[in-house]
Design a protein around this ligand. Structure first.
Ligand SMILES: Nc1ncnc2c1ncn2[C@@H]1O[C@H](COP(=O)(O)OP(=O)(O)OP(=O)(O)O)[C@@H](O)[C@H]1O
Length: 261
């Protein structure tokens, strides 16, 4: 199926023929198999699928955290598959933002110091106007001098989101960003990510198991057995649940028709 031209024209991140194989011989696992994907600039994309379907592997290969076995990844015009480690580190630090389930804040630094860390590490200057906008949007203005242990889980994850955005990255990648949060804090974090797309034109890609989380996105990609098996625009919770059910039924049927291995 050809990719719509409009998506390709505005794609900020693309993968072609992406394949990732872990292990060798009997222990070989094909985590991704010929995946083609385009992420539109200024969009919010959720990646869903059963455990082991390749969601994290896809995100890690697109974010330069893992190297594909074959295929190409282009982020904001840069072909990252051929970059060396130094180039990848620089790309991750200056052009990508990351949010992880476990927050990953530095405990000895204040919220402000954690947020500006990517700028400090790159020996750059903080864009104070942008910093103020992000802090206002994330609702952390009165918490900037607090250390992570003095913040709730939701506040810590909002610090992590602000840190991901401080460099105005090409893409923010978030792996289960609400996995450790209660529903109120999850809503705050997701609303912030949504706002960063709608008001600031940022691009966000998240991995999630949760239909309510995926419903914050503009688009949901469904993975099964290392391949993209579905692509849902304008998701609602109900439509995501229906799609998950349909893909799970199709996957069971595929396995049954393939017979015992
Ligand atoms: N470092 C690794 N070494 C070997 N196999 C791996 C490695 N990382 C992932 N895999 C395998 O690759 C496949 C895809 O893993 P991946 O973590 O991408 O799936 P996922 O959809 O993100 O799963 P989950 O929802 O459980 O996090 C799985 O079969 C997994 O066991």
């Amino acid at each position: 199926m050809p990719t719509p031209t409009s998506t390709v024209d505005t794609a900020i991140a693309s993968a072609r023929g992406l394949r990732k194989v872990y292990g060798h011989a009997q222990t070989e696992v094909v985590a991704l198999d010929s995946v083609d994907v385009d992420i539109a600039r200024g969009s919010f994309t959720a990646i869903m699928g059963p455990s082991g379907s390749g969601k994290s592997t896809l995100m890690h290969c697109m974010a330069g955290l893992d190297r594909p076995t074959a295929g190409n990844v282009v982020v904001d015009g840069a072909e990252i598959s051929s970059m060396n480690e130094r180039q990848l580190t620089k790309l991750r630090r200056t052009r990508l933002g990351f949010v992880f389930q476990a927050f990953n804040l530095i405990p000895t630094l204040t919220a402000r110091e954690n947020i500006i860390l990517p700028v400090s590490l790159a020996r750059g200057r903080v864009n104070e106007g942008w910093f103020e906008q992000v802090i206002e949007a994330v609702g952390l203005a009165d918490r900037l001098s607090h250390k992570p242990t003095e913040l709730s889980g939701g506040q810590q994850q909002r610090v992590a989101c602000a840190r991901a955005l401080v460099t105005q990255p090409s893409v923010v990648f978030a792996d289960e960003p609400t996995g450790n949060l209660d529903s109120v804090s999850s809503h705050e974090v997701l609303s912030f990510l949504r706002r960063s797309v709608d008001e600031f034109g940022q691009t966000v890609v998240i991995v999630t198991h949760d239909p309510a989380t995926a419903a914050f996105a503009d688009r949901v990609l469904f993975l099964a057995d290392g391949a993209i098996v579905g692509d849902l625009a304008d998701p609602t919770v109900d439509r995501v649940i229906d799609a998950l059910r349909a893909h799970s039924d199709a996957s069971r049927a595929r396995r049954a028709s393939a017979g015992p291995r």
